[in-house]
Design a binder for this molecule. Structure first.
Ligand code: KIV
Length: 266
């Protein structure tokens, strides 16, 4: 079974690892078969499962329901679950909502933001709850950003993201996710922190990679983001199957053939 210790060893050894979003039992079982290292019950379920335009309408109960469905169906992967929008503004509600997701089967709680999360990260770590801090394009802040845009471009923004990453790791964060940031910045963050860093649209130099499952199966509403590859129709998926797509993703990340330069931002 994959644990945080496994991921820390992967980082030390330079072994790349995989993460995919997952929201239900059948896909969780298929991911177990493909040996996907970590699974994220992402609040992206608001868009790909519930049909909303953003992640904002997702509730803690939604997250707990999908986390339980996945956790009972995959006993091998490390399971990360998102605390949804506005569910961790105060420490007491963050603690209560983290408890719900951990009791539903999560091993790690993912939260979006920067150094303002330090107190929460430390409190949860002391209470036996590891956190993964999501930096860069944090979709819960889409209305602050004015759209889904690359973050951390330019010296000042890049330095701020690097400082935020170091601060949350010093506070006790166990993992980081970097979304849609220049590849050079993602490399600098990955080298600067001792914990494993998972990238999405962050280039090839992070320790792990994550994609939204629907995206990597070619099920995209509108235009596919630049960092997505369709592993279902990839000619190397000779079975043309979903299980084959998961296995090919696993193989491609491990061997370093995904992501390529065309998937990254500068
Ligand atoms: O909710 C989600 O699926 C995510 C990934 C994009 C990292 O946060």
């Amino acid at each position: 079974m994959t644990t945080l210790s496994t991921l820390n060893k992967f980082k030390k050894d330079g072994t790349k690892f995989t993460c995919l979003t997952c929201y239900d039992a059948m896909f969780a079982r298929m991911m177990e078969k493909a040996q996907i290292d970590t699974i994220l019950i992402g609040d992206s379920l608001g868009m790909v499962v519930q049909g909303h335009d953003s992640t904002l309408p997702v509730t803690v109960d939604d997250m707990a329901y999908h986390t339980a469905n996945v956790a009972r169906s995959n006993k091998q992967a490390l399971i990360l679950a998102d605390l949804p929008f506005m569910s961790y503004v105060t420490l007491p509600e963050a603690i209560a909502n983290s408890r719900k997701l951990m009791q539903a089967g999560a091993h790690v709680i993912k939260i979006e933001g920067g150094s303002e999360l330090c107190d929460l990260v430390t409190t949860l770590a002391q209470a036996g709850t590891p956190t993964c801090v999501h930096l860069g394009l944090t979709p819960q802040s889409v209305n602050v950003f004015g759209g889904y845009k690359v973050q951390g471009r330019g010296d000042e923004a890049g330095q701020k993201l690097l400082d935020d990453a170091k601060a949350v790791v010093n506070a006790g964060a166990a993992l980081l996710v970097l979304e849609c940031v220049p590849a050079a910045l993602a490399k600098a963050v990955t080298e600067a922190v001792a914990v494993p860093v998972i990238g999405i649209g962050a280039g090839a130099d992070t320790d792990g990679q994550v994609l939204v499952m629907h995206d990597m199966l070619g099920m995209v509403h509108g235009r596919a983001p630049r960092f997505v590859h369709d592993f279902l129709t990839d000619e190397r998926n000779t079975e043309h199957s979903i299980e084959g797509a998961f296995a090919l993703y696993q193989q491609s990340v491990k061997e370093g053939s995904f992501p390529k330069e065309q998937h990254q931002f500068s």
